[in-house]
Design a protein around this ligand. Structure first.
Ligand SMILES: Cc1cc2nc3c(=O)[nH]c(=O)nc-3n(C[C@H](O)[C@H](O)[C@H](O)COP(=O)(O)OP(=O)(O)OC[C@H]3O[C@@H](n4cnc5c(N)ncnc54)[C@H](O)[C@@H]3O)c2cc1C
Ligand code: SF4
Length: 452
């Protein structure tokens, strides 16, 4: 069934322009000039701010001395997904946010772009920096092929483990492939990085859903230990009347189409309302505008100050001409003949701060109004994969449905380790990588092969 009205179609090259890289790659000269600005700080705060603790001054120095290969080695030793992190990390609040250049009133060193330059150098040339370790006879299964599992698998493979990754999707890479905004990274960038992990001998088995296709009992028989890197699930529903109308999408479902389908084929309404104000909501509204939606509303029941999205993400959406409706609460989704035609909203006032120190919104009676839209996107967070996790014996779950792990990333069932969004509730790629690597080190100890 078609939407009531769709956005006008653009020439193919216009879509490519709209989704062009938001931070274009450096050439070697630009990279060397930027690297020369670095002060190579002792106890570098940028390194401390990075969850994977990449030795930033060391890799930057190697760029300055025209040694991108050596630079990439420094990065990938600490973070095998250094390529995607160079593109998608919120560097403004991590390494670059901590850079001492701020204190001098200067622009921080562009660490993300330098990192990307070095790693792209080796990936473009298919330079193999690492090899699988000598086989130690132990086998580990990773469920999910997102950043957490990729990092865990790479680390284990380098230590001599036979690692098999199972993923229900057609392509590996998790949200790096299917989720993150196309103007930061494309599916093919993610798949190129996956090849780095495959080159270490890691086996990928796609379109296998656990436990539907292989039971946990069978996995436990075949493998010495199991890493859970299953991320989070579908977008939460709004529980509003009209949510089943055609034209109401979950954020993940909509964004996935912008990553997996050619841009001209992604159907988008002429007018779109996105409910929510986190980073995912920003990805939705900016994608909708870049796909030529004429009017895109971001509807948030609290105010601008309470918006959970990072400030620099908000700036992107402002530049894209998104209309922000603060203190606005959706009441029902309206439709005709089964298709979305609008959203009824009410204005809110903000009361006392709640447990998370965010002021609670209260509807103001008599302020109801209708937004005339052809598509509604829910962007109010992802559900945990509780059903999946509950099917594993002895696994304890937190109140929010994430899996309980100890400081070694081991779950209540000693044979299972976990990391990434399914354990931390949804953070960033670099956190998933850090947890996946840390879990690999714990698995190594658990399986009796302590590192020398
Ligand atoms: C829209 C969006 C935009 C984001 N943008 C950014 C960003 O710009 N920068 C950033 O750093 N982070 C961003 N993030 C967060 C980041 O993508 C995640 O933190 C990261 O991908 C988590 O990695 P993961 O490996 O834990 O899970 P995921 O990447 O979600 O991977 C989980 C994998 O497990 C598979 N799986 C799940 N269940 C099963 C099963 N039963 N059997 C087999 N396979 C299964 C899934 O198919 C998936 O491939 C974004 C997230 C979203 C949703
Ligand atoms: S804090 Fe800034 S200047 Fe210092 S080492 Fe890191 S990137 Fe270089």
């Amino acid at each position: 069934m078609p939407l009531r009205e769709t956005a006008p179609k653009l020439p193919a090259e216009q879509y490519e322009q709209n989704f062009a890289d938001i931070t274009p790659a450096y050439n070697s000269r630009q990279a060397a000039i930027e690297a020369a600005r670095c002060l190579y700080c002792f106890d570098a705060p940028c390194t401390q701010a990075c969850p994977t603790h990449i030795d930033v001054p060391a890799f930057i120095k190697k760029i300055m001395t025209f040694n991108p290969r050596g630079s990439a080695r420094v990065i990938l030793e600490a973070n095998i997904l250094g390529q995607s992190c160079g593109r998608v990390c919120p560097t403004e609040v991590l390494c670059e946010g901590a850079c001492v250049m701020h204190e001098k009133g200067e622009l921080p060193i562009q660490i993300g772009r330098l990192q990307r330059y070095a790693v792209d150098y080796v990936l473009d040339r298919k330079i193999q920096l690492f090899r699988a370790g000598a086989p130690n006879g132990k086998k580990v299964a990773c469920i999910g092929s997102g950043p957490a599992s990729l990092a865990c698998a790479a680390e284990l493979a380098r230590a001599g483990y036979a690692v098999t990754i199972f993923d229900k999707n057609e392509w590996p890479g998790g949200l790096n492939t299917y989720g993150i905004a196309a103007y930061k990274t494309r599916a093919h960038d993610s798949l190129r990085e996956v090849e780095l992990v495959r080159s270490l001998g890691v086996e990928f088995r796609q379109k296998i859903e656990i436990p539907r296709d292989i039971s946990f009992a069978d996995l436990e028989k075949q493998f010495d230990a199991i890493f859970l890197g299953v991320g989070l699930g579908e977008t939460w529903t709004l529980n509003l009347p009209g949510e089943d109308l055609h034209g109401v999408y979950g954020a993940i479902e909509f964004i996935e189409r912008t990553k997996a389908e050619p841009f001209p084929e992604v159907e988008v309404g002429r007018r779109v309302a996105c409910i929510g104000a986190g980073n995912t909501a920003i990805d939705v509204v900016t994608a909708a505008r870049r796909l030529a939606a004429e009017t895109v509303y971001l509807v948030y029941r609290r105010g601008e100050r309470e918006m959970p999205a990072f400030a620099y993400e908000y700036e992107i959406a402002k530049k894209d001409g998104v209309v922000f409706l603060w203190q606005t609460h959706p009441v029902r989704i309206l439709g005709e003949n089964g298709v979305v035609t609008g959203v009824e909203c009410v204005r809110t006032e903000l009361g006392a701060p709640d447990g998370k120190r965010r002021r609670s919104p209260r509807p103001i009676p008599g302020t109801e109004f209708t937004l005339n839209v052809d598509m509604v996107v829910r962007a109010v967070g992802q559900m945990p994969v509780t059903e999946f996790l509950r099917a594993i014996p002895s696994l304890a779950l937190n109140k929010d449905g994430t899996v309980v792990v100890n400081d070694r990333h081991q779950t209540g069932n000693p044979k299972y380790f976990a990391g990434g969004d399914c354990a931390n509730g949804g953070k960033e790629v670099v956190d998933a990588v850090a947890e996946g690597m840390s879990a690999a080190h714990s698995l190594d100890v658990f399986l009796g092969k302590p590192r020398g």
